[in-house]
Design a protein around this ligand. Structure first.
Ligand SMILES: [Zn+2]
Length: 625
């Protein structure tokens, strides 16, 4: 059996308590684990197929080999999703497997996917690969005709074989994903209202594309225990949500409840025990509470609302990011509401770039791609959920014009023939296109607003968003160079002018992102081991990107444990985690604790009240820039 993680922010190794890499490693008995490294897998794939791919581009366009090589060196946004699904196909004995050398056969492959929005993209990847194969095929056609006329006998060359391989992999993978006998989906969620909305949307999208969700796993369900005002309220809220899941999503599906352990289950032994406990029971298992020393929590820090936090003030661009399920949308919405209310003269925009939007759920308001104020929110706050598909649709005309220009510039009449319909254009767009639009929207928004608060996708894709400007600028530069080189054949025209413009705004954005006075990344996490390990990696990556990360918001803290043994033990464990988190940023970031609320705050009023109960555990003397 193979366990593989396709989430670019891997935490499979953290959960298993072993170090995993892109090479399979035996973790227990016959179980082998690996964390997919998509950029490296793509490099490997490209190294293997570079020559025939380059041949197709060289034969089918006016580009010479140097241009082709420069294009092949560019990184492709969203390659994670494309490669992820092909790698899985390869590992499970799909058509492409003969490509892999020395691969083992696995009876079962368990895939730990990225959070919702990007998983849907991953599953759509076969269509993208099929579209790429079609284009390559059209580019190859002319060459094929000439070759066959010269040789009299048509014989497939390496390029033909590559095109056939891609088309075959796309077809094979799409078929196997939809085959219930081979592929099943287990949807994992939390007993929280917001997760319910996301689950409904996600499961609906999966079923619409022909993928069957067989089981729903509700994780971190509070077990029964003696009375406690905090736990009782949480249990009541969780029951309400679980009932709703059963009613709205449970038909024809197994519902499995996983108990909330005092210590997050980590490592083989703990996970195996959890597996046994949930495999046998009817679902609702009553786990034993582990005995943990109840230490009374020493309370430090002071209450502070977001607008008064030094790490937030003065910034014009505030990114909120972290692991999925830690409450970053809630924290971002609360901060934006308070920052706007504190100074009516400032125009504030709250913008979500997460394809699995949850701002509407958190604010309990209809939110669209058009920035608008929300009910009970300050008038100077506008809220918007970026709709990448719509943004793409709106720019369709521009895109088609640009595509025509590229096609005539590169001599690839085939491209425009294929990409005539919008649906094909969308298929052609790299999966990371919404991140690119996300970045560009941030630039656009900056001219209209004094403060932009960005609710990003979970870690891996938030990082991709921030790395996007570098990749996008490389693209514009290579394309410009190529266009200018062939200016005797085609006028550089509108496309060149746009590329120059894009290149300039990307340069501005790069400078802005690296300027700690303007741009700050607020890391949201929970006081538990697995989120902390992901936070450590996130902070390291942010440092490498020269981004300022001056604050960590630790969400869902049990701040007033009272007498309940469970709450007290939870609180003591959380305190230890907060100390460990503080050490991660070497005392250079503000530690903010946001209280656990049951039910979680929804709507402007509740968020406002919740944010007034944030605590500042520690603020550094100097902001890390
Ligand atoms: Zn309690």
């Amino acid at each position: 059996m193979l366990i593989v993680s396709t989430d670019p922010a891997h935490s499979l190794g953290d959960a298993l308590g072993v170090r995993l890499s892109a090479s399979p490693r035996r973790v227990l008995g016959r179980v082998v684990g690996l964390e997919l490294d998509a950029p490296r897998a793509f490099e490997r794939w490209l190294a293997e197929h570079r020559r025939p791919l380059g041949d197709v581009l060289e034969h089918g366009t006016w580009l010479d080999r140097d241009d082709v090589e420069a294009l092949l060196d560019l990184s492709i946004p969203g390659v994670d999703e494309l490669l992820g699904i092909l790698e899985i196909a390869r590992l499970t004995g799909g058509q492409g497997r003969k490509e892999g050398k020395g691969r083992e056969d696995y009876d079962l492959v368990v895939v730990d996917t990225a959070p919702t929005g990007h998983t849907l993209r991953l599953l759509a990847a076969p269509d993208t690969v099929a579209a790429v194969a079609e284009i390559l095929d059209a580019l190859q056609e002319q060459h094929r005709i000439i070759r066959d006329q010269l040789a009299r006998v048509g014989r497939a060359d390496a390029s033909d074989r590559l095109i056939a391989l891609l088309a075959g992999q796309a077809r094979d993978t799409a078929r196997r994903l939809r085959d219930r006998a081979q592929t099943t989906f287990r949807w994992v969620t939390l007993p929280e209202a917001m997760s319910l909305e996301e689950s409904e949307d996600g499961i609906d999208a999966l079923e619409r594309s022909g993928l069957h969700v067989e089981e729903i796993v509700v994780n971190r369900v509070l077990p029964d225990a003696p009375r406690c005002p905090i736990c009782d309220r949480r249990r009541a809220e969780e029951r309400r949500v679980i009932d709703a899941i059963r009613r709205r999503l449970g038909r024809g599906r197994t519902l499995r409840l996983m108990p909330a352990e005092l210590r997050e289950p980590r490592g083989m032994k703990a996970l195996a025990a959890l597996g046994r406990a949930t495999a046998s029971g009817s679902g609702s298992t009553a786990p034993r509470t582990r005995s943990t020393m109840a230490v009374s929590a020493p309370r430090g820090g002071r209450t502070i609302a977001p607008e008064a936090i030094g790490a937030f003030s003065g910034a014009s661009l505030l990114f909120f990011g972290g692991k999925g399920g830690v409450g970053k949308t809630t924290a971002a919405a609360a901060a934006a509401l308070r920052i706007a209310a504190a100074d009516p003269a400032r125009r504030v925009l709250l913008l979500s770039t997460d394809p699995a939007h949850s701002l509407a759920d958190v604010l309990q308001a209809a939110i669209t791609d058009t920035a608008r104020p929300v009910t009970h929110g300050p008038r100077n706050l506008a809220v918007r959920e970026l709709d990448a598909a719509r943004a793409f649709e709106q720019r369709r005309v521009q895109f088609e014009a640009a595509l025509d220009e590229i096609a005539s510039a590169f001599g690839a009449g085939a491209i425009s023939a294929i990409a005539g319909g919008t649906s094909d254009l969308v298929k052609l767009a790299p999966p990371g296109i919404d991140e690119l639009f996300g970045v560009l929207s941030v630039v656009d928004a900056r001219s209209e607003y004094d403060v932009v608060v960005v609710d990003t996708a979970p870690t891996g894709h938030a990082l991709r968003l921030l790395e996007m400007p570098d990749a996008a600028r490389q693209w514009t530069q290579v394309l410009l160079r190529v266009l200018l080189k062939y200016k005797s054949l085609v006028r550089p025209g509108q496309l060149a002018a746009e590329l120059v413009e894009i290149s300039r705004s990307i340069r501005e954005l790069q400078a802005l992102l690296r300027d700690g006075r303007h741009t700050r990344f607020i890391v949201v996490t929970r006081a538990a081991e697995v989120p902390r390990l992901e936070t450590a990696r996130l902070l390291a990556r942010l440092r490498r990107l020269h981004l300022s990360a001056p604050a960590i918001v630790v969400n869902a803290m049990t701040l007033l444990p009272g007498r309940c043994a469970r709450c007290r033990a939870t609180s003591a464990a959380e305190r230890r985690e907060v100390s460990a988190l503080g050490r991660l940023c070497r005392g250079r970031c503000a530690m903010i604790e946001a209280p656990l609320a049951a039910p979680p705050p929804r709507g402007a009023r509740a968020l406002n009240g919740w944010a007034q109960r944030w605590r500042l555990d520690r603020e550094p003397r100097r902001l890390s820039a």
